[in-house]
Write a protein that binds this ligand. Structure first.
Ligand SMILES: Nc1ncnc2c1ncn2[C@@H]1O[C@H](COP(=O)(O)OP(=O)(O)OP(=O)(O)O)[C@@H](O)[C@H]1O
Ligand SMILES: [Mg+2]
Length: 278
């Protein structure tokens, strides 16, 4: 595999957390969709699977090594993080996706320790990690301690929701958590927006729920375009391929959306860097 050339314009590593209050809304699908889109652009991407269920780890077909996300939280150092990195088959002309796999032991780190006692571990381990342009963290389906670890280590936070009755409420709680982490331990964190997933464009109820999200959170808070519901995504996950490698109209629809969203997130991170250095 050829070494990737890191685009000069990119700036420091961009860490993106993908989270939601609710389970099953598509966090893992979105996290891997964004990771695949970034790698396709020629970037070196690391996926950190912070969900004890380990779905991202399974889809990426990473072997369950002795070093994993749980051992990183146990010993939060750059060396322990480096040891936990596994290669995956997701490699493109220049870019590629590596993964820090999940482990069921991660559940131990989801215990509530109280906000005052929160000392971020993942952020500490990631501080000196080199060799990546983008790090995508797949969060568990709760706003507990593991999600706080992810947010404390991130520059951008993406909230995933489905166009449903509880969607707006769940997004609000997730945004509240992002604001808490920004005001307590990570002033660099920025709420990047809500990704509406599994949108059935022809269903009036779905269009209504999307309009509702825009009305509550504002048009710039709902990232465009939304991810349509396509079985191609499920097929890609079952074969462990990036969606861009699947040759079907549905797969192309979804891949195009992740490309656009990733471009948006990269721009957002660059703009935030530029305004900080002003
Ligand atoms: N846009 C989509 N179109 C069709 N199926 C989808 C779409 N997004 C996700 N799915 C499917 O929905 C299921 C749940 O998605 P996913 O695992 O990404 O959700 P999650 O939020 O990560 O779940 P959990 O909270 O359990 O971690 C998966 O089977 C996935 O393939
Ligand atoms: Mg998941």
């Amino acid at each position: 595999m050829r070494e990737a050339t890191r685009p000069d314009t990119l700036g420091p590593v961009i860490v993106i957390s993908v989270l939601s209050l609710k389970g099953g809304v598509g966090k893992t699908s979105v996290a891997l969709g964004l990771a695949g889109a970034a790698a396709k652009r020629g970037l070196k991407v690391l996926v950190v699977d912070l969900d004890p269920q380990g779905n991202a780890t399974s889809i990426l077909q990473a072997r369950h090594g002795r070093a994993n996300a749980a051992t990183v939280l146990e010993h939060p150092t750059a060396e322990s993080l480096q040891r936990a990195v596994t290669k995956t088959a997701w490699s493109f002309k220049d870019g590629r996706v590596d993964v820090v796999g999940s482990d069921s032991e991660l559940i131990r780190f989801d215990a509530w320790t109280g906000k005052r006692n929160f000392v971020p571990k993942l952020a500490r381990a990631m501080k000196r990690l080199e060799g990546y342009d983008v790090i995508v963290i797949d969060c568990p389906p709760s706003l507990g301690a593991l999600t706080r670890e992810a947010l404390a280590a991130s520059r951008l936070a993406v909230v995933v929701t489905t166009p449903s009755y509880f969607g707006a409420q769940g997004a609000e709680r997730a945004i509240h958590e992002i604001n808490e982490i920004r005001s307590s331990v990570n002033p660099d964190l920025r709420f990047a927006g809500i990704i509406v997933n599994r949108l059935r464009e022809k269903t009036e109820e779905h269009r209504y729920r999307k309009r509702e999200l825009i009305a509550i959170h504002g048009p710039s808070a709902v990232l465009k375009p939304s991810v349509p519901e396509r079985v191609a995504l499920q097929q890609a996950e079952s074969t462990g391929e990036p969606i861009s490698a699947v040759k079907s109209a549905g797969a192309r629809d979804v891949a195009k959306v992740f490309d656009k969203q990733m471009a948006r997130l990269l721009k957002m991170a660059r703009d935030a860097d530029a305004s900080q250095s002003d």
